[in-house]
Design a protein around this ligand. Structure first.
Ligand SMILES: [Zn+2]
Ligand SMILES: [Zn+2]
Length: 83
């Protein structure tokens, strides 16, 4: 719990952007995704892909979808690279 690689604001920003949805020309996530990025990275640190996808999907209607699973995979890779 003391490993704080996620303090890196660049990693946080990238995680937020992934969760928000990467689009051409988009460089920042919305405030809501920025706020949950740290929590998402914490889940990513546990390696739980399903839980991560569910957490990303929670802000939307419906269950964890393929898009959010793809986002979760990207954030897992990001978190792994941060260590
Ligand atoms: Zn967003
Ligand atoms: Zn989804």
């Amino acid at each position: 719990m003391t490993t704080v690689a996620f303090r890196n604001s660049e990693i946080l920003g990238r995680a937020a952007l992934i969760a928000c949805g990467i689009r051409p020309g988009k460089t920042e996530s919305c405030a809501s995704c920025a706020a949950k990025a740290e929590g998402l990275l914490r889940i990513a640190g546990t390696g739980a892909l399903d839980a991560l996808a569910a957490a990303i999907c929670r802000s939307r209607v419906g269950g964890s979808c393929a898009e959010c699973t793809a986002k979760a995979t990207a954030i897992l890779e990001l978190a792994g690279a941060a260590e």
